[in-house]
Design a protein around this ligand. Structure first.
Ligand code: CP
Ligand code: NVA
Length: 307
């Protein structure tokens, strides 16, 4: 089985063996990097990185990852390229394909990254769209495997706003055999498009997938509690949404309602004392900075396998 030449846009396009190969490669590359063993798998290769939105982790981890693999990454912003002056995504994709070995893009509308893939002759990696954040979830599953030893049968409870991160959790974690519960208030539950797709995956991989409106019910027996910002990039902030989501805050009380050894995750950036209290984020259950580190190792695996 080879992943060479594939796009990495939507986890539901991959099967369990393929995601397993990425995770195993990531564990191996992490070990090599920690031991100082050379792993210049992408010597002479270049990655174009298009950022339509801000980023700390995605930008730095992809750029450093390419350097560690012996390659090179270029940061491209709309204001610094002709994208900002109206050159189309399709033309940009064709041009970048003539210079670079892969394209990573962080976009607003999911259709933009799909369009890039349509026109590019090289692999396209989704570095976050309004619909999905697949690289994040690969890093998260790497982290869960490190902390819990196994993915299959492990329960993850995502509480808060249903968004790109929870959508990718519903896909990736289900494919890998985890039980997924989404705890969101009415009006902020997963949309029907992702629900339909995730239901199919859950049946195929014989896992539990449920959506509940009560945060304590969501985290019952959870091995992992996961949360994310109330307002994703590009979304308008509103008092009404904040009020609806506040009862879903991950705080000491909610952590107590899960398993004793529950781990708390957040893709970051966190809005301290909104979706997650500082007490929990800096406390013994939190593994948020391990997650952030693992962006590097997971994405190195993705790039090495695709390119
Ligand atoms: N988690 C994540 O994607 O972080 P950045 O927005 O900093 O890239
Ligand atoms: N849901 C968040 C994730 C940020 C990494 C957003 O889209 O802003």
């Amino acid at each position: 089985m080879t992943l060479k030449g594939r796009n990495f846009i939507d986890l539901s396009e991959f099967d369990r063996l393929e995601l397993r190969k990425i995770l195993d490669t990531a564990h191996d590359l992490k070990r090599k990097q920690k031991m100082g063993e050379p792993h210049s798998l992408l010597k002479g290769k270049s990655l174009a990185m298009i950022f339509m939105k801000s980023s700390t982790r995605t930008r730095v981890s992809f750029e450093v990852g390419m350097t560690q693999l012996g390659g090179h990454a270029l940061y491209l912003s709309p204001s610094g390229t002709q994208l900002g002056r109206g050159e189309t995504i399709g033309d940009t994709a064709q041009v970048l394909s003539r210079y670079c070995d892969a394209i990573m893009a962080r976009v607003y509308a999911h259709s933009e990254v799909a369009d890039l893939a349509k026109y590019a002759d090289v692999p396209v990696v989704n570095g976050l769209s309004d619909f999905l954040h697949p690289c994040q979830i690969m890093a998260d599953m790497l982290t869960i495997e490190e902390h819990k030893g196994i993915l299959e049968g492990t329960k993850i409870a995502y509480v808060g706003d249903s968004n790109n991160v929870s959508n990718s959790i519903m896909q990736g974690c289900t494919i890998m055999g985890m039980d997924v519960t989404i705890g969101s208030p009415e009006g902020y539950t997963p949309d029907s498009k992702i629900m339909k797709r995730a239901d199919i995956l859950s049946k195929k991989f014989d896992t539990t997938l449920e959506v509940v409106n009560d945060p304590k019910q969501a985290v019952k027996d959870a091995d992992i509690i996961y949360t994310d910002t109330f307002f994703s990039m590009g979304q308008e902030e509103s008092k009404e949404k904040e009020k609806a989501l506040m009862p879903f805050q991950v705080n000491r009380d909610l952590v107590k309602a899960a398993k004793k050894d529950v781990s708390v995750m957040h893709c970051l950036p966190a809005h301290r004392d909104e979706e997650l209290t500082s007490e929990v984020m800096d406390g013994p259950h939190s593994i948020v900075f391990d997650q952030a580190e693992n962006r590097l190792h997971a994405q190195k695996a993705i790039l090495a396998l695709l390119i």
